[in-house]
Design a protein around this ligand. Sequence first.
Ligand SMILES: [Zn+2]
Length: 186
Amino acid sequence: MSKIGHNKVNNISRRRFIAQTATFGMGTAAASLLAGFPFANITYAAKSPIKTGTRNKVIKSNDEWKRLLTPEQFYVTRRKGTERPYSGEYLYNKEEGIYQCVCCNTELFSSETKYDSHTGWPSFWTPIAPENILKKDDYSFFMRRVEVLCSVCDAHLGHIFNDGPPPTQLRYCINSVALKFIKKVS
Ligand SMILES: [Zn+2]
């Protein structure tokens, strides 16, 4: 009887220790991320990875994704590609609805936050929920950018820039092929 009780206490304190370590680790990472980083005003950059820890991830091999996606969808979402500007099917879409992840159907953006940035890619000033996306530093092509990924399946979606409209001043520059539009039923 007392042995069971002892084990329980041990488990609880071990869990608490792991949680504290994780929180501390995240804080340090966030601090070094924000130091000397041009997008320091993206204040919730470090929060998404914590929240997504509670979600069920969708994990598939590249072969599985190849079977499920078109070659262009695979190239953009699983190989971090970029569709040609002004080529995406949702660039001028003004219908009301929800944009889901093309890989796993997670709801990512709403038509209510879509705007025309004149950049050639669908642009949004905020995601549908901060925990539905992940943000990651991207140093490819000799640039410092913030990559946006689906938090459930890690699909590459696009990048975030700080030249967006109010109220966030952010521009989520997203590839059409990474999205699936679900029209609102009126
Ligand atoms: Zn996804």
